[in-house]
Ligand binder design. Structure first.
Ligand code: ZN
Length: 228
């Protein structure tokens, strides 16, 4: 669908090629990440229909992945690098050792983390499956230095198109479902803080010091918010 060259916006294509070139030549393939306050983060993005030439798109995806891993983060949406187009990259890995250690100690992972292989999600959407939600601390590369508790759907029906134009529909659960929701929301001009428990807002370094328990019961009591 988006490989048709007649949808290419030549001006935009040139801008993106220059962005990618600069990132590769000057910054080890890392793009600057827009911070909250940039209008592009608050503007609903346009459907991606091949506004970029296939080669430009492929090299952009490569630098978006490098940027995400460098941050480090587990997702990066196009508006976060200043592009109002509906796509994002995702990738999260769980250490098998960590999971085995937890099992051995009889600890369940309340976040329900799971392998999320590298994915390009184009024009993604989701709908909840059931009504179950979970509330955990969550952060965003565009709201640097802070995290807050955000309630999310536990299970979703996720749909997207990949970089080869193939359509996907998958049921996602737990932490990977949270990442998918977070990145898809970026494409609507939302930030996770819009629906977060604002009283839970915590600087990253304090999170490690006080609120490392993944279930934020104590944070709710001490900081004064309702854990839903
Ligand atoms: Zn984000």
């Amino acid at each position: 669908m988006f490989q048709r060259n007649n949808n290419v916006d030549k001006e935009l294509d040139q801008v993106v090629r220059a962005m990618v070139k600069e990132a590769k030549q000057e910054y080890d393939g890392v793009l600057p990440i827009m911070q909250a306050g940039e209008p592009v983060l608050r503007t609903p993005s346009a459907d991606y229909v091949g506004q970029l030439a296939p080669k430009t798109f492929a090299s952009l995806i490569e630098v978006m992945r490098t940027t995400m891993l460098d941050a480090p983060g587990v997702g990066l949406a196009a508006p976060q690098i200043g592009l109002g187009l509906r796509f994002a990259v995702l990738e999260d890995h769980v250490s098998e050792q960590e999971l085995a250690d937890m099992r051995e100690q009889g600890i369940e992972d309340p976040r329900e983390s799971a392998e999320l292989p590298f994915r390009v999600i184009i024009n993604p959407s989701y709908t909840p499956i059931g009504q179950e939600t979970r509330s955990f601390y969550e952060g965003c590369l565009s709201v640097e230095g802070y995290q807050a508790v955000r309630k999310r759907w536990l299970d979703i029906d996720a749909q997207w198109t990949d970089e080869h134009g193939k359509q996907h529909r998958e049921q996602m659960h737990g932490w990977p479902a949270r990442i998918f929701q977070h990145e898809t929301d970026h494409l609507h001009g939302e930030l996770y803080i819009d629906k977060a428990q604002l009283r839970s807002l915590s600087a990253d370094e304090l999170l490690g010091e006080y609120w490392y328990d993944p279930v934020p019961t104590e944070a709710a009591r001490e900081l004064g918010f309702t854990l839903e």
